[in-house]
Design a protein around this ligand. Structure first.
Ligand SMILES: [Zn+2]
Length: 106
């Protein structure tokens, strides 16, 4: 898994900028797989509000472009190359701060 912390913030304006830039670059919409809180994330116990998952493998041309774009914009992201048990459902790029557990175990 690759991660980049940037400034630690991911705003709606950041998201809109990424959407437009991706579409301009590749001529198709950004393949968003989860925007904000979803039933899956809730079931896994993760806070996914103000976070977005994109169904792009981090090492494809699109994934490399997106990671570079996020880094140059100081936007935090996590690059998942494989499924992580209990955390991710497949290769994707998570934009925004990490998903903290909704329920504290301590
Ligand atoms: Zn995510």
């Amino acid at each position: 898994m690759g991660r980049f912390d940037g400034e630690g913030s991911f705003t709606r304006e950041d998201f809109n900028r990424v959407l437009l830039a991706f579409e301009k670059q590749f001529g198709k919409p950004l393949p968003v797989s989860a925007q904000g809180e979803t039933a899956v994330h809730r079931a896994l116990g993760f806070d996914h509000r103000d976070r977005v998952d994109v169904g792009i493998s981090p090492d494809t041309a699109e994934g490399l472009w997106l990671r570079h774009y996020l880094e140059s914009g100081d936007i935090p992201y996590y690059a998942f190359r494989n499924s992580v048990k209990g955390k991710a459902t497949g290769a994707h790029i998570h934009m925004g701060p990490p998903s903290n557990r909704l329920l504290k175990t301590d």
